[in-house]
Design a protein around this ligand. Structure first.
Ligand code: SAH
Length: 215
């Protein structure tokens, strides 16, 4: 898998542009300088890999816009050793950003083809991310509780199972809303099980779909 100086140059430019848009967490920016985003897209789309735009990855899904990946990751305040659950593996790019930051990553994808493709691809990059095929609404109770939970698809409501699987003191980040535009929400779980809710502006995501059947 090729990652040369040209790719690194394009990547540094992209990350500099994301920093200019307001991302300040250096660990997030550094991780994005390292991960070869072009390898997550089909090779004919090299030029698009380093634009700050979302891109189709097959099965009707998209790899999120780099700025959005950075924004969600920054909200999670990832620390080394954090156990993080991601809903919506997609290309696996976001999962690798978290892994590069030192998180132990668990990620769920409901599209079987995409799950298989990403599961075959990630080990070659050297990231030990645990991938699951299933319905993210249910989370992954076998490995709960998690320090952080990240939903990378638009959810019309916050799945209760995910709230249960979050550690006290932990964050859940979710683009909330059933329409075209979602509000980025961060919930912080208190020791008594209550949540502090903060809103972080408008974003657009592909929908979080309810049942496991492939389409
Ligand atoms: N994080 C991804 C981009 C996510 S796009 C990346 O870095 O490339 C949203 C993903 O959520 C899609 O792959 C979609 O198939 C998946 N998805 C939608 N509904 C889901 C559900 N209920 N459970 C798990 N994954 C789901």
């Amino acid at each position: 898998m090729l990652d040369n100086y040209r790719h690194k140059g394009m990547r540094n430019k992209l990350v500099d542009s994301i920093a200019k848009k307001g991302i300040t967490d250096q660990a997030v920016l550094e991780a994005m300088r390292v991960i070869p985003r072009h390898l997550f897209l089909d090779s004919s789309f090299l030029e698009y890999a380093y634009e700050d735009k979302p891109f189709p990855i097959g099965s009707g899904q998209t790899i999120s816009q780099p700025y959005t990946v950075a924004f969600q990751t920054e909200l999670m305040e990832v620390k080394k050793g954090d156990k993080v659950l991601e809903i919506g593996t997609g290309s696996g790019y976001q999962a690798c950003v978290l892994a590069e930051m030192g998180a132990k990553v668990f990620s769920i994808e409901r599209q079987k083809k995409l799950f298989q493709k990403t599961k075959a691809f990630l080990p070659g990059l050297g990231y030990a991310v645990k991938l699951f095929y299933g319905d993210g609404y249910k989370g992954q109770p076998a490995f709960a509780p998690y320090d952080k939970i990240l939903i990378t698809a638009a959810a019309p409501e916050i799945p209760n199972a995910l709230l249960d699987q979050l550690k006290p003191g932990g964050f859940l980040v979710i683009p909330l809303g059933g329409g075209d535009v979602q509000t980025m929400i961060r919930l912080e779980k208190q020791e008594n099980g209550d949540f502090i809710r903060r809103e972080f502006g408008a974003f657009r995501f592909v929908p979080l779909l309810k049942n496991k059947a492939d389409d």
